[in-house]
Write a protein that binds this ligand. Sequence first.
Ligand code: ADP
Ligand code: MG
Length: 315
Amino acid sequence: MKVAVLKGGTSSERDVSLNSGAQVEAALARRGHAVTPFDFDRQTANALVAGGFDCVFIALHGPLGEDGTVQGLCELLGLPYTGCGVLSSALCIDKAMSNRVLEQAGLAIPAYQEHEAREGITGDLPARLVEGLGLPLVIKPTRQGSTVGLTIARSEEEVADGLVLAGRYDDRVLVQRFVTGVEITVGILATPELLVLPTLEIVSENPVYDYDAKYTAGKSHHIIPARIPEPARQAAAAAAELAFRTLRCEGMARVDLIVDDAGTPWVLEVNTVPGLTALSLLPDAARAAGIEFDELCDRLVRHARLRVIGGGEGG
Ligand SMILES: Nc1ncnc2c1ncn2[C@@H]1O[C@H](COP(=O)(O)OP(=O)(O)O)[C@@H](O)[C@H]1O
Ligand SMILES: [Mg+2]
């Protein structure tokens, strides 16, 4: 197949995406596909129109890539593309909207409030947030990834600082109760048969599983399966699958969760273009399930070709 791999782009996860894209290119080439890489910008749209591609592999993370916009472009051009569609991509990038939908489905979501950054931090806002949600609080931009702009606040002052920091990355900020427990992530493939990958426990050398811990070799460790009791593992896998189905995900997604002492799987977020670098979580979980990276990438492009676009003829 003639495959366009979209990577880079303008989000704060640009570097990660360049890395994901490079891995995907190599994998698809090894599988005999003709690969054309694009560092995505507006000109890429013209190249996609003219290029005669069989499929677009979207390896873009974050806004203007993972959020439904590029998926919409591919729909308009009638080009098959990998992974989630427009609606699920747009929902999942928005942690407040996806939380609402997931709560409605009965999933455990840590209590949260949303704050409009442009309204500023007026009067007793930090005090009210602490009163409503308790301490510590997690403060994060509503639409970002890779722990960019995230604070764990242990005092009202830190809440105020956290709101300012997150507000630099998004005009909407999510303030959420801090959950103590084992951090895990559950990858799901649906190409189209749904396969819940083994639970993966994340052990970070840094206090928070932050950008540095995520992307520096040796600063975080993956343990498969997660070291939690079997019933909790099953509950986490079931929660991840319900999240995937509820948000209408397709192809692949990765659900981040924290499992507390009672075994409750608290859902943090759903990533629709999870990292695909050598250090990344979903490829590792797939490998543990016997699906090597090349096979994973190949399945995603084959699924893209099978899928009907926009209710029409498709590929
Ligand atoms: N409510 C929470 N309680 C405890 N830790 C959290 C919470 N929300 C986020 N974190 C920590 O911050 C990291 C990043 O948060 P997440 O919601 O997954 O956003 P993203 O990965 O898109 O930046 C998580 O992996 C976790 O370590
Ligand atoms: Mg995450």
